[in-house]
Design a protein around this ligand. Structure first.
Ligand code: DON
Length: 311
C-alpha cells in the first residue's frame, strides 16, 4: 500500500497554473455544509499500476465523494443484481441536461432515468443495493471503498449528510416521480437518507486516485491482483465515465481530456486511464455545470502535455 507519494515539480507547476482558474468558479452551496470549502484549493494524486505515485497540493485534506459515489454504487448494484435488472430500470444514454434535471423523466416513454450518473439514475441505482437496512447497505458500500483504498477507517461525514438530507427537496421530487412510475420501490425518506450518506463518504486525493486505479486496472487490486470489481463491470463503469461522467460537459471533456472521469459537487474528480493510472483531484470551485473548474483545466493541461487521451 502506497503511504508516501513523490513530489513532482512539474506537477506542482501545472497545479499552480490551473489554480489561477479557481477565481472564475464558485463553491457549491445548495448543500450548505459544502459552502465552507476553500475556493482556492487544488490538489492532485496520480497512482500508477506499477506502484509509483505522484502528488501536488494538500492531498491529505478530505472532501466528500458526492456524485463520484455514483460510480461505486453502479458497480455494486450490477454486482448485486446483474446487468439486465439494472438497465431495465436505468438507461445508458448521455443527457444534455444538468445533473439534477427532472425534465426527461416526464418526457421519456416509458419513464426511466437516462443514465446512472445523473441524480435520478443514481437514486434508482442506490435503491437497488442489496441489504435489509440502510446501515447494512451503507456498510456494504463502505466495505467496497475499504477494499479499493485499503483504508478501513473511511466513513461518511454526518455533518455533510445531514446538511444535504435537510435540503434535498429536488432529489425527493425525483424519487417520488420515479416511485409513481415503479422505477424505485420502498420508502423515499430512507432512500434519501442512504443516498445523502453515500454522497458524504469522506476521502482524500490519494484515496480517490487509488479507487481510480482499481477501475483503471480492470477492477483488480494492482498490488495483490485480487478482483474487487469484475472486469466486465469495470468496463461498463469506465464507459459511463466517458459518456456521462462530466454531465452535460462530457463531450467537451472527452475531446479536451479524453480520460474516463467522474466529478462531484464538492470539487472532486476521479479519473481512470485504462491499465495505467488512477487520478484523484480536489478543487472545490465549480464551473456552471457543477464540475471543478481548475480540476478540469489541470486535466486538460496534463492530457495535452503527456498525451493522455485514450482516443
Ligand atoms: O445529489 C446531489 O445533488 C449531490 N449529493 C451530488 C451532486 C453532484 O455531485 C453533482 N456533481 N457534479
Amino acid at each position: 500500500m502506497i503511504t508516501q507519494c513523490e513530489k513532482s515539480e512539474e506537477l506542482d507547476q501545472l497545479v499552480e497554473r490551473a489554480r489561477t482558474y479557481t477565481s472564475k468558479g464558485k463553491v457549491a452551496d445548495y448543500i450548505p455544509a459544502l459552502g465552507q470549502a476553500d475556493p482556492n484549493a487544488l490538489s492532485i494524486a496520480v497512482h500508477y499500476t506499477d506502484g509509483r505515485c505522484l502528488a501536488a497540493g494538500d492531498t491529505e485534506k478530505t472532501f466528500t465523494l458526492q456524485s463520484i459515489s455514483k460510480v461505486l454504487t453502479l458497480a455494486l448494484a450490477i454486482m448485486d443484481n446483474g446487468e439486465d435488472y439494472v438497465f431495465e430500470r436505468v438507461g445508458m444514454e448521455p443527457t444534455g441536461d444538468p445533473f439534477n434535471s427532472i425534465a426527461k423523466l416526464e418526457t421519456m416513454v416509458p419513464s426511466k432515468p437516462l443514465n446512472p450518473m445523473i441524480n435520478a439514475g443514481a437514486l434508482a441505482v442506490t435503491n437497488m443495493l442489496s441489504g435489509n437496512t440502510i446501515e447494512e447497505k451503507l456498510g456494504r458500500l463502505l466495505a467496497f471503498v475499504h477494499d479499493m483504498t485499503g483504508k478501513t477507517h473511511i466513513t461518511y461525514s454526518s455533518k455533510v449528510a445531514e446538511s444535504e438530507f435537510k435540503t434535498a427537496n429536488l432529489n425527493r421530487s425525483l424519487c417520488y416521480f420515479m416511485k409513481e412510475h415503479h422505477i424505485i420501490k420502498g420508502d423515499v425518506e430512507e432512500l434519501i437518507d442512504l443516498y445523502t450518506k453515500q454522497c458524504a463518504i469522506e476521502v482524500n486525493c490519494n484515496d480517490l486516485a487509488r479507487i481510480g486505479l482499481v477501475i483503471a486496472n480492470e477492477g483488480k487490486d494492482p498490488e495483490t491482483g485480487r478482483e474487487i470489481i469484475p472486469k466486465q463491470i469495470s468496463r461498463i463503469v469506465k464507459t459511463f465515465m466517458v459518456t456521462c461522467g462530466m454531465y452535460n460537459a462530457s463531450g467537451e471533456f472527452a475531446i479536451k481530456v479524453g480520460i474516463p472521469a467522474k466529478s462531484g459537487v464538492s470539487g472532486g474528480i476521479i479519473a481512470a486511464y485504462p491499465n495505467k493510472l488512477g487520478i484523484g483531484i480536489c478543487g472545490p470551485a465549480l464551473d456552471d455545470k457543477g464540475n471543478s473548474i481548475a480540476g478540469i483545466k489541470l486535466l486538460e493541461m496534463m492530457s495535452a502535455r503527456y498525451g493522455l487521451s485514450i482516443f
